[in-house]
Design a protein around this ligand. Structure first.
Ligand SMILES: [Zn+2]
Length: 188
C-alpha cells in the first residue's frame, strides 16, 4: 500500500512539475533584463538602455489631451500611457475603469520579432507591434513607439476585455484601425 501511495505521489509531483514547467515556458517571452514602471492601467517594462522620458516625448501626448479625456495623470511615461488608454476607451466608447495590462517596450524591431518567434514559432511579417491576448501584453519597439501604433495595440486589449464574446479578428482589426486613424487625425 505504501509503495502504491509512493507511486501516486511521485506521479502527482511529476505532473505538477510538468505544469509548472509548461506555464513558465509560456510566460517566458525572452524579453530579458528590463526596468519597470507601474501606472494605473499598465505595468510597463522597457529595455534597460531606453530612457523613459524620451519614450514619453515620442508619444507626444499634449497636455490638452488630459483635459479632453478628463484624466489627471502624471506627466511621465506611465501617466502618458494612461492618458492614451483613456483616449482609446473614449474613441471606442468602451470604458474599462479597472483594466490592467502589460506593455513591453523593446530596444528595437529585432527584439520585437525575436519575442514573436519565441512565442509563436513563426516570423513577424507585416507588423511592428502586437498584442498577445494570453499574456495581456502589448509588444512594441522604441523605434515604433508612436501614439497611433501603441493606441492601435491598446485598442486590441480594450476590445478583448470589453466583449464577453470577442468579435472576429477582422472586426477587431477594423476597430483598432479606426482608433489608429482617429489618433493620427486628431494631431494633424
Ligand atoms: Zn491590429
Amino acid at each position: 500500500m505504501l509503495k502504491y501511495l509512493g507511486r501516486i505521489s511521485l506521479a502527482v509531483i511529476l505532473v505538477s512539475s510538468l505544469f509548472i514547467g509548461y506555464s513558465f515556458a509560456k510566460m517566458d517571452d525572452g524579453f530579458g533584463a528590463a526596468k519597470k514602471i507601474e501606472s494605473q492601467h499598465f505595468t510597463i517594462y522597457y529595455a534597460p538602455e531606453l530612457n523613459p522620458d524620451e519614450l514619453a516625448q515620442e508619444l507626444g501626448i499634449h497636455p490638452l489631451d488630459k483635459i479632453i479625456t478628463g484624466s489627471f495623470y502624471q506627466n511621465d511615461l506611465g501617466g502618458m500611457i494612461d492618458t492614451l488608454f483613456s483616449q482609446v476607451c473614449d474613441i471606442l466608447d468602451m470604458q474599462l475603469y479597472s483594466f490592467h495590462g502589460t506593455i513591453k517596450i523593446c530596444r528595437d524591431f529585432k527584439q520585437v520579432s525575436g519575442i514573436y518567434k519565441n512565442l509563436f514559432d513563426r516570423g513577424l511579417t507585416d507588423r511592428h507591434s502586437y498584442y498577445v491576448y494570453g499574456l495581456n501584453t502589448v509588444y512594441v519597439s522604441a523605434e515604433h513607439f508612436k501614439r497611433e501604433i501603441l493606441g492601435h495595440e491598446i485598442a486590441h486589449a480594450v476590445e478583448t476585455y470589453y466583449f464577453a464574446v470577442s468579435p472576429s479578428v477582422k472586426i477587431q482589426e477594423v476597430l483598432a484601425g479606426f482608433v489608429e486613424y482617429q489618433l493620427r487625425k486628431s494631431y494633424k
